[in-house]
Design a protein around this ligand. Structure first.
Ligand SMILES: Nc1ncnc2c1ncn2[C@@H]1O[C@H](COP(=O)(O)OP(=O)(O)OP(=O)(O)O)[C@@H](O)[C@H]1O
Length: 661
């Protein structure tokens, strides 16, 4: 504790007090003090034999008009006292045993504890300073408590050094030391009053040590309190176990997890978990930290799966931290970004083929049935899956996508269903949740389901049928609430026949089949898709969207699009980057596309008489409009997109009809 008294002064004071032990000295001192006091009251200022600290206090007391001859205590009002007692409850609780102990060694003495404003908050021993009495020097003149508060250091005041006659005539000496808070701020003063014969130099040390003990205990309590608060606000359950694996304490989060109100002190931890955790294996002091999946037993008999981490404490016992799997999954989802971005509004196209797919998808979003999205690569199968999820009741849950074709065969099962620690070589410490668990409460999109190995299909069937997953190596299954949307570009029925896909899984998945049409079957959507892509790309590049020249659009319409919308996206992105001016020209398109297009016409195909008539009409109109597509479409009463489709069908190139050809 901060001690303001200079070492030399302290030595002097101790020497002085120790000499007082000799009664001849004490009597002499008393006589001198009485004489000096009388002089002081008569107006003298010299007061030579008086210690400087006392002399200064007497002069202040005299100047403040304090009447030395009158003695009675002044009190704060009872309500005010109650407020102060309340405010200093902690200090009082800590000080009470210290004061009681001190009194045991000074049975004929008196102890009082005053707050920083000199109000007595606690007292024991002789009936001297009453509760609520005001002891500041400005109220009571020179007195030990008032002086300690003013000097903020250990002081002693002999009987004859008090200012008021009533205190002087008690013939008792006092020592007082300040009590401080953790920041070193003055909280009050602890004062010991002892009969003259019992007061010696050790009294000073004892009072100082007691005041320091109170201050230290206050700091410790504050620290403990702070740690307790941290533990209580912690976002995970913390349980302290003793060496016998019984509970020493639980923080608030752990109590909430376990649905328990009281601290459960002494309860065996084993009674709070299901029996499938081998505690001997887990709580092993050789390991610094061990993670385990375990299931907490709740009062209603149900189980709460958690990830628990155990670290041994050097002094004995363990500290366990617990997080429920549900929360870990939430955190993982936040990290992985398992949100579906797209909705039905993002699916562009007005073609009957696409509108038809949209109708089926919208119906699927109102149901909970498993959906099987069929379509070539890049047609937008995941887009549809996301849109279904976002329009379904699960929209606030996770959307987890897994490409079954992209995971190494050996790992598919563990990726999807998770595993427990030690399930196989290379298994994660503490085990790992699978995608089904991650998608709990939401949708799991199983892309390229046709590539799923047969063994994994068997486990998938169980999840689809039972709504439960069993991690690899686990003894027990866990319930999961997941809607599955699977997708494939393969012909699954044929795969079933060929034996590479299980028939039972196929029928389970194929509840709601959704065929997403390839781009070549909905060419009329191309202009709209191109416009949307141009807008999105230019927004990204922060420049106005370029237009597309008719010739270039014709080429796009005529292409067979094996890569579907994804291919179209790439072609447009390339063109936007290559385009010199505000117009995308055929030269900005990939050369392969230009070459292919002109050959993918109706060559070799026989046209019906009706089609021949239509082709001739279009050709004639193109001639009249000199290859102007807008005018041609208007004259023919069809949309531009419709015209493009027909141009491709009949291998007509508008450029051939333009002047200069
Ligand atoms: N109708 C559409 N409107 C707008 N964008 C689309 C449309 N269809 C597909 N896309 C876009 O095309 C790209 C490919 O779509 P997606 O990844 O959903 O296809 P996929 O069929 O799942 O492909 P794969 O079979 O290769 O996984 C995406 O960027 C998607 O946004």
């Amino acid at each position: 504790m901060q001690e303001k008294v200079a070492p030399s002064e302290l030595t002097r004071e101790l020497q002085f007090v120790s000499e007082l032990q000799r009664s001849s000295v004490a009597e002499g001192v008393q006589r001198e003090l009485d004489a000096a006091w009388t002089d002081c009251l008569a107006g003298a200022t010299e007061l030579v034999p008086v210690r400087p600290v006392i002399r200064a206090s007497w002069l202040r007391s005299r100047a403040a008009g304090i009447v030395a001859e009158e003695f009675h205590y002044e009190f704060v009002e009872s309500q005010e006292l109650a407020r102060r007692l309340q405010r200093q409850r902690e200090l009082l609780d800590i000080a009470a045993p210290v004061m009681a102990e001190l009194l045991r060694y000074n049975p004929d003495g008196h102890l009082n504890l005053a707050d920083a404003e000199g109000v007595t908050l606690a007292a024991c021993g002789l009936d001297l300073t009453p509760l609520g009495s005001r002891l500041l020097e400005s109220v009571q003149g020179t007195n030990c408590t008032g002086l300690a508060l003013r000097e903020q250091r250990l002081v002693f005041v002999l009987a004859g050094e008090n200012f008021k006659r009533g205190l002087r005539e008690r013939r008792m000496h006092c020592a007082s030391a300040p009590v401080r808070d953790t920041q070193g701020r003055l909280l009050g003063a602890l004062t010991l009053t002892a009969a003259v014969g019992n007061f010696h130099c050790h009294t000073l040390g004892t009072v100082q040590a007691a005041a320091d003990a109170i201050s230290r205990q206050l700091a410790l309590t504050a620290l403990l309190d702070e740690q307790q608060r941290v533990l209580e606000v912690l976002n995970e359950g913390v349980i302290l176990l003793d060496d016998d694996r019984c509970i020493r304490s639980l923080n608030g989060y752990a109590r909430r997890l376990l649905q328990l109100d009281d601290p459960q002190r002494g309860r065996p931890f084993a009674s709070l978990i299901t029996q499938d955790t081998d505690l001997d294996l887990w709580l092993d002091r050789r390991w610094e930290r061990q993670d385990r999946d375990l299931t907490l037993l709740l009062p209603d008999g149900s189980g709460l799966p958690c990830l628990a981490s155990a670290a041994p404490i050097a002094q004995g016992g363990w500290v366990l931290s617990l997080r429920e799997n549900r929360r870990i999954r939430e955190i993982t989802r936040q990290l992985l970004g398992t949100r579906a971005r797209y909705s039905f509004n993002d699916i562009q196209g007005r073609s009957p083929a696409l509108q038809n797919a949209l109708r089926v998808a919208q119906a699927a979003s109102h149901s909970e049935a498993t959906v099987l999205v069929l379509g070539e690569s890049g047609v937008g199968k995941e887009l549809f899956a996301q849109a279904i999820h976002n329009a379904s009741v699960r929209r606030h849950g996770p959307f987890v996508a897994v490409n079954c074709g992209a995971i190494p065969r050996d790992l598919v099962q563990s990726e999807l269903f998770g595993h427990v620690e030690g399930a196989f070589t290379g298994a994660a410490r503490g085990g790992a949740a699978g995608k089904f668990e991650l998608a709990d409460g939401g949708t799991l999109f199983l892309d390229e389901i046709g590539d799923m190995p047969l063994e994994a299909q068997a486990s998938l069937l169980r999840v689809l049928q039972e709504g439960e997953v069993t991690r690899i190596g686990a003894k027990k299954a866990q319930a999961v609430d997941v809607r599955v949307i699977a997708a494939t570009h393969r012909d699954l029925a044929q795969a079933v026949t060929g034996g590479s896909f299980r028939g039972d899984v196929f029928y389970r998945l194929n509840v709601l089949p959704l065929q997403v049409p390839p781009l070549r079957e909905r060419r009329e959507d191309i202009p709209l898709l191109v416009a949307t892509l141009l807008k999105a790309l230019s927004r990204h590049l922060e420049r106005p969207p370029p237009a597309i020249a008719d010739e270039a659009l014709t080429l796009l319409l005529a292409h067979s699009w094996p890569g579907n919308v994804r291919e179209l996206e790439n072609v447009i992105e390339r063109a936007v980057n290559l385009a010199q001016g505000p117009l995308i020209q055929p030269g900005d398109l990939p050369p392969s596309l230009v070459a292919n297009t002109l050959s993918t016409d109706t060559e070799g195909e026989r046209l019906t008489p009706l089609e021949t008539g239509q082709r001739d009409l279009i050709r004639a109109t193109l001639q009249q409009t000199r290859g102007n597509l807008r005018q041609t479409a208007t004259r023919l009463g069809i949309s531009r997109a419709g015209l493009y489709v027909k141009l491709r069908r009949y291998a007509l190139n508008p450029a051939d009809f333009r002047p200069g050809r």
